[in-house]
Design a protein around this ligand. Structure first.
Ligand code: DGL
Length: 262
């Protein structure tokens, strides 16, 4: 029997679980290792130099220890900066998560698209280049949120997060000018889909929310192949760089296709 493939999924915290969930649906047979760099969270508040100096050597250790077949950087704030460094440094294939500006601008009818990400992601040259190359005549509004990733973490942990606090972070995405108003919001931080139901309810008007997770799962399948179909679901591991578990592991089982990560 061929040995199990291993995928390492990395984020700064629990947001990358929204990407993991989609990949697990597409490839339930794979052995997953989810790494949350919570000791350095939130990356959105870190400088570019700090993030590069943190992530590149951290990956040296992770790849040596776990030897995955593929690594997914399930974080826009990191991917838009370190993906090229990781690919230059290590042979492992990397799949990144970057703002879904191209599909959003291709499908917007009102030609008004907002990109909601961390302050780091919206100011990256990588994001500016996506707008230059793929805005397709749309007016793109960049919204850098200082708090939404932390609010999503706390909501997932069962904390009280008020509607007012969420609305304050998303309100600048809703731009209205005469007849035309925003019809598409790119969720350019993997934490935000954790709040999807509340974002939909709080939106001043209905919009298309673009979550990149299904596209990332398709990319993983392109690289590793489809689910062979016969294998039992493999086990999964969850690593917090702080060494402290943020939540009972059982609570995170739905993101791992029902299995409780070790
Ligand atoms: N989940 C990360 C992203 O996709 C951001 C969270 C952070 O600021 O660390 O950008």
């Amino acid at each position: 029997m061929p040995s199990r493939q291993t995928i390492l999924v990395f984020d700064t915290g629990l947001g990358g679980l929204t990407v993991l969930r989609e990949i697990v649906r597409a490839r339930p047979d794979v052995h997953y290792i989810y790494v949350a760099d919570d000791a350095f969270f939130p990356y959105g508040h870190r400088s570019e130099d700090q993030i590069i100096a943190r992530v590149v050597p951290l990956f040296g250790r992770l790849l040596e220890e776990h030897a995955p077949d593929l690594a997914v950087i399930a974080c826009n704030t990191a991917s838009t900066l370190v993906l090229s460094h990781l690919r230059a440094e290590y042979k492992t294939p990397f799949v990144g998560t970057v703002p879904a500006i191209k599909p959003a601008c291709a499908s917007s009818k009102s030609r008004r698209v907002s990109v909601l990400g961390t302050r780091g992601t919206v100011k990256r040259e990588y994001t500016q280049a996506l707008i230059r190359d793929f805005a397709n005549g749309c007016q793109v509004t960049l919204v850098g949120s200082a708090e939404l990733a932390s609010l999503a973490e706390s909501a997932l942990r069962g904390g009280e997060v008020s509607d007012a606090a969420l609305l304050q972070e998303i309100a600048p995405c809703f731009v209205e000018d005469g007849e035309s108003r925003t019809d598409t919001v790119v969720l350019a931080c993997t934490h935000y889909p954790l709040l999807m139901d509340r974002l939909v309810t709080l939106a001043p008007w209905p919009v298309e929310w673009i979550d990149p997770a299904p596209a990332i799962a398709r990319r993983v399948v392109d690289l590793l192949g489809p689910d062979p179909g016969e294998a039992e679901p493999a086990n999964a591991e969850l690593i917090f760089t702080s060494g402290r578990s943020q939540l009972p592991r059982k609570a995170l089982a739905p993101f791992f296709g029902g299995r409780i990560p070790a």
